[in-house]
Design a protein around this ligand. Sequence first.
Ligand SMILES: Cc1ncc(COP(=O)(O)O)c(C=O)c1O
Length: 385
Amino acid sequence: MALKTGRGASAPPFLVMDVIAAANARQAALPPGAPGVIRMEVGQPATGAPAGARAAAVAALQGGDPLGYTEAFGRASLRARIAAHYRDWYGLDVAPARIAVTVGASGAFPLAFLAAFDPGDRVAMAAPFYPPYVNILTALGMQPVILEAGPETRFQPSIAALERLDPLPDGLIIASPCNPAGTMLHPEELAAIAGWCHAHGVRLISDEIYHGLNYDAPLSSAAAFPGAVVVNSFSKYFSMTGWRIGWLVLPEDLIRPVECLAQNLFISAPHIAQVAAEAAFDCHAELQANIARYRRSRDHLLATLPAAGFDRLSPAEGAFYLYADISARSNDSVAFCARMLAEAGVAATPGVDFDRARGAHFLRFSYCGAEADMQEAARRLANWR
Ligand SMILES: Cc1ncc(COP(=O)(O)O)c(C=O)c1O
């Protein structure tokens, strides 16, 4: 007799992982000495964890601490350090009790969604969006509500778009700087959206994983606003993807519910990675050098890609992404990216991952790779049509 499978069994793949596999296969098939594939599909810093974080992990391994489970919300010293970070960066007084250390931002999403929403609840977000938002909500029986956004709102949600929803949603996910467009909600826009959400009983979830990677516009955090849930991580600014440490800043009403969920779902985030993450707060000089490199790559690509036929680019305010409208060149971004990989040796991610309705007309370039590679990509694309 056929066995039942659950709702989660039909979660779609995160397609960028398939693009990564295709780029790996192409690289492996190249003859020795041939110029390699330039990786602009991955949203992962080419740099590893900062030296101070690695040294702290080595010291912890060599010390006598058994490195067992921590409390579900993480080591007290790390929670205090994250709270201090809100004072240092945003001038905000956040109590350490509101901080939950998680298994990356990815581990924070199910905790936040399960604590804040019920199956059937409607959770809005702008498209294009980071695909797991929709896939996790769907696996949990919640209903994603897509607000199509374009260059006129810098691919961000607007109050006007929210007010057109009938009924209003139960939640709203925002990301600033966002993946894939690299655009931001500026402080006055964030404050207006947070105020609107609070006034209308809409739970705001703010993904702030690209904070610190902003080039022109100032940053503000939704941690300042009542009822909002903030998701963040050591993966991007801190360059520690594989260490799998993130955090939540929780409003008072969700602290205990999320703690109970975290105890049951994860017990705790990895202990040694928490030690390394805490030390990363003392590595800003090294991290700022990474950001200076991203900024130079961004400036170079913005200056050169238009002449290479990518002349409709999202305003690259933050993160390390450019979202290109390729509708003048193709109406099939999957085929376009496959051809670009085969002929120019440059891997990028088709927009279909981020926007199921319009993504066939877009692709995402990630410029977090080595600076010389980004310059070579610009050269190759200028010579490719
Ligand atoms: C917008 C966004 N949120 C969350 C994540 C997940 O990050 P983590 O490595 O902390 O799980 C990513 C990863 O690329 C991302 O782009």
